[in-house]
Design a protein around this ligand. Structure first.
Ligand code: HH2
Length: 261
C-alpha cells in the first residue's frame, strides 16, 4: 500500500504532492513501482497535528481519488470522517482506512452500505495529544482486544468479516518500547484471523532507535523501515503501508519467496 498524502503538513511527504496533478502522478508512479493499493489522505495524523475541516479534506482528496480510480488503481481513503469516506467511495475508492476504527458514529453505516473493505486502526487518544506519556499494562493484549472489539462491532452492523483489516497503529499513542512489543508479538494480531496491516514507514521510532540522543530525520529511516516491515511480514502481516513503494515491494517479494519456499 503506497502512501499518498495530499497535505501541506504530513510528517514525511507533507507538501510534496499538494497539487492534485502532482498527487495523481505520484500515485500512478507508485502503481508502476508495484503498489497494489494507493492510500490517499487529506489530513495529517502526525503527533500534534491539528484537525482539518471536512470541506478542505474533501477538496484535497476527492479529485485525486477520482483520477486514480478512473485509471484502474485500487484506492483506499485515509480518513476518520464519514462524510469524506462517503464521497471518496462514490468517487471510486474501494477501501476505507480509518485510524480511529469507526469513531465517527456514521462511519460504520457508510462502510456497511458500500460493502467496501475497512481498516480498523488502534490509536490511544487523538493526534494532538497521543504522544504525551502513553501507558498500558499489557500493550499487546490491550491493543488486540480493542481491535477485536471494534471488528465485532463492525460485524454487528453489517460489515462482512472478510472485509475487515486490523492495524495495531505503530506510533499512535505508543512509546518506542510499545511499538517494539507490538511488532515482536504481531502474531497475536494475526491469530485473530483478520488480515493485519502495518504502517512502520519512516516513523519516529525508527529514527529514535538508530540514534536515541538525536533521532535520525525521515530521510535516514529507509533501511530501518525495511527491517521492521520484513519482521512484520514474517510474523504474518498482509498489507505493508509505505512511502517507498519500490524498495518495500522488493523486500516484500524476497521475504515472501523465503517464507513460501
Ligand atoms: N500511519 C499514518 C497514517 N495513516 N493508517 C494506518 N492504517 N496505519 C498507519 O500506521 C498509519 C495510517 C501516519 O503516517 P503518514 O500518513 O505518513 O503521515 P501523516 O499522518 O502525517 O499524514
Amino acid at each position: 500500500m503506497g502512501i499518498l498524502n495530499v497535505t501541506p503538513d504530513s510528517f514525511s511527504d507533507g507538501g510534496l504532492h499538494f497539487a492534485p496533478r502532482d498527487a495523481v502522478s505520484a500515485g500512478l508512479r507508485m502503481v508502476g513501482d508495484g503498489a497494489d493499493i494507493v492510500d490517499v489522505g487529506g489530513e495529517s495524523t502526525r503527533p500534534g497535528a491539528e484537525p482539518v475541516p471536512v470541506e478542505e479534506e474533501l477538496r484535497r482528496v476527492i479529485p485525486v481519488v477520482e483520477a486514480l480510480a478512473s485509471e484502474g488503481t485500487i484506492v483506499s481513503v485515509d480518513t476518520m470522517k464519514a462524510a469524506v469516506a462517503r464521497e471518496a467511495l462514490a468517487a471510486g475508492a474501494r477501501i476505507v482506512n480509518d485510524v480511529t476504527a469507526l469513531r465517527d458514529p456514521e462511519m460504520v453505516e457508510v462502510v456497511a452500505a458500500a460493502q467496501c473493505t475497512v481498516c480498523l486502526m488502534h490509536m490511544k487518544g487523538e493526534p494532538r495529544t497521543m504522544q504525551s506519556n502513553p501507558e498500558y499494562v499489557d500493550v499487546v493484549a490491550e491493543v488486540r482486544d480493542y481491535l477485536v472489539d471494534r471488528a465485532r462491532f463492525a460485524e454487528s452492523r453489517g460489515i462482512a468479516p472478510d472485509r475487515i483489516w486490523i492495524d495495531p497503529g505503530f506510533g499512535f499513542g505508543k512509546t518506542v518500547r510499545h511499538n517494539l512489543l507490538l511488532l515482536k508479538h504481531l502474531d497475536a494480531f494475526v491469530a485473530t484471523g483478520y488480515p493485519v496491516l502495518i504502517g512502520v514507514s519512516r516513523k519516529s521510532t525508527i529514527g529514535k532507535l538508530l540514534n536515541p540522543e538525536n533521532p535520525l530525520p525521515v530521510e535516514e529511516r529507509y533501511e530501518g523501515t525495511l527491517a521492521a516491515q520484513v519482521v512484520a511480514q514474517t510474523k504474518g502481516a498482509r498489507i505493508i503501508r509505505t512511502h517507498d513503494v519500490k524498495s518495500a515491494k522488493r523486500a516484500a517479494m524476497i521475504t515472501a519467496a523465503i517464507l513460501d519456499a
